[in-house]
Design a protein around this ligand. Structure first.
Ligand code: AMP
Ligand code: MG
Length: 488
């Protein structure tokens, strides 16, 4: 549970608002296993009471009773501007199972709903479900998704849609925004309580430290630096990197208008509402750094308990400065591995950057370009490497390939071993927008089969899967520009 103290406005005890006609839209047996939920032969809960629970219609199953569901308050910066108080406006935390928090998103109005209706639409719930599980399949820290339960309840967005409830799971949903809230309201007691709770439950190593809050900050910043490097390495754009959407555990959370790159464009903007491109692909690292600066300033009062004001500022500023080198370290490590460069050489980073430039110039498919590199053999002739056909600047790419082949000669692994290692970091399958869109359109006709198919493929994104080759292809031109906005 995020907060132990009660009696002020930090949390609201609030029950989900029931939905009519709840029905299963999606279910992850993998997440269910994490929670030790007994399943039948179809991978669905043995206890049918789970449907009503995950719809938000009751607060118990045969085994569990959730008597204290809550919504929490947080604040934050949205699109670089202080937005003041926000909070769980449509997410209700039921409680813990197996050390994991179970939260229902779209479960009705809370004290923090402001002008919102407390609901989420079917389309965005399916996208959150699929992407959570896809990210987990890719080995990227993320909140998990247990289920999507649909309903006929009408919900107004740009058009009339229907409601759904997405059950999501994480060891903690504490965000940068939670710290910003208590710092901005100068509720230092609560700020300290929150930091202590995070240390107690998730950052035990800090307990031994002489400066636990400084170390806590460093660890949170380190995890988020690593996370954003991982996003870059699979071409994932989060879409809304507001400080209230940044996890204190370094998890990917709050899936909205996210997108995976199809063709590579370094300044790709996945969120149609983000006109200035604040959250474009190439800006994600610097924006994450910016969010860590928000966290650092919220941590100031914590450090000031044991240091002079000036000392506290210096310590946090120096810790914040480490973000850039930490990120760089993770990014370089990941991209070297993506190119199969295991024995470090002087010009490896230049080789990676040249490739990315060529991919950008030719708008080459991000995922498939890297995946194809794994098949290159040390003895290959440039002319026989099929990937060169994807590059408009073929002469430029051929020159690069020449340098790459020379570089591969310095690798100690044989071709086969290198390919196995590269295939384990360069996925074959990602959640491309057009694939999600097809699953959503079918689901809107009450056919949920495509969601199950995608889930099965994306749980194993690094392996070829018989009969599903087409799911690895870039979108056909007419489906390449699906627009996704903040509306959800
Ligand atoms: P998001 O852009 O989804 O991260 O949401 C930003 C803030 O708006 C959070 O405090 C959400 O809880 C709140 N919010 C978003 N959509 C709704 C909604 N339909 N009803 C109530 N609150 C919402
Ligand atoms: Mg959010």
């Amino acid at each position: 549970m995020p907060f132990t103290l009660d009696g002020d406005d930090a949390i609201q005890r609030v029950k989900p608002t029931p939905i009519p006609d709840p029905h299963w839209v999606a279910f992850s047996s993998s997440t269910a296993k994490l929670l030790n939920i007994p399943l039948n032969a179809h991978g669905m809960p043995l206890d049918e009471g789970w449907l009503s629970l995950l719809a938000g219609n009751v607060l118990h199953t045969q085994e569990y009773q959730f008597s204290n569901p809550i919504a929490t308050v947080y604040s934050g910066h949205q699109f670089g501007v202080w937005a003041g108080q926000l909070g769980d406006g449509r997410a209700i935390l039921l409680g813990d199972i197996q050390g994991q928090e179970l939260q229902l998103k779209g479960a009705g109005i809370t004290r923090y709903s402001r002008m919102g209706d407390g609901r989420a639409v079917l389309r965005s719930s399916i996208r959150e479900f699929l992407c959570s599980e896809a990210m987990h399949g890719l080995g990227i820290p993320t909140s998990r998704a247990l289920s999507v339960v649909g309903s006929d309840l009408p919900v107004r967005r740009e058009t009339m849609e229907t409601a759904a409830v997405c059950a999501r799971v994480a060891p903690s949903f504490i965000r940068v925004g939670h710290f910003e809230h208590f710092a901005s309201t100068q509720n230092i007691v609560k700020l300290k309580e929150l930091a202590d709770l995070l240390i107690e439950q998730h950052y035990q190593d800090c307990k031994q430290s002489d400066d636990p809050y400084l170390d806590l900050f460093k660890l949170i910043s380190n995890r988020n630096a690593r996370l954003v490097a991982q996003w870059q390495s699979v071409g994932f754009c989060h879409g809304v990197l507001n400080s209230d959407n940044i996890s204190a555990l370094g998890l990917t959370i709050d899936y909205g208008p996210f997108g995976f790159l199809d063709h590579f464009q370094i300044d790709h903007i996945c969120n149609h509402s983000d006109q200035g491109g604040r959250y474009a692909y190439h800006r994600q690292p610097q924006i994450m750094h910016w969010n860590m600066a928000c966290l650092a300033s919220a941590f100031l009062p914590l450090l000031e308990m044991n240091h002079s004001d000036q000392e506290a500022k210096t310590l946090l500023t120096n810790a914040l400065d480490e973000f850039a080198s930490t990120y760089k370290h993770f990014w370089q490590d990941l991209f070297k591995r993506k190119l199969g460069l295991m024995n470090p050489q002087d010009h490896d980073i230049k080789l990676i950057e040249e490739l990315l430039q060529l991919m950008h110039d030719s708008r080459a498919d991000f995922t498939n370009s890297f995946r194809s590199l794994g098949a290159v053999k040390k003895s290959d002739e440039i002319a026989s490497i099929a990937l060169r056909n994807e590059f408009v600047n073929r002469a430029g790419f051929d020159q690069w390939l020449g340098r790459y082949l020379d570089r591969l000669q310095l690798e100690s692994d044989d071709d086969h071993t290198r390919q196995i290692k590269m295939d384990a970091i360069n996925p074959k399958f990602i959640l491309r927008n057009h694939l999600a869109q097809k699953a959503i359109e079918k689901a809107q006709q009450r056919d949920f089969s495509e969601i199950a198919t995608l889930l099965k493929i994306l749980e194993n994104p690094f392996h070829s899967q018989d009969g599903y080759e087409e799911y690895s292809l870039p979108p056909p031109p007419d489906l390449a520009s699906i627009e996704v906005s903040c509306s959800s």
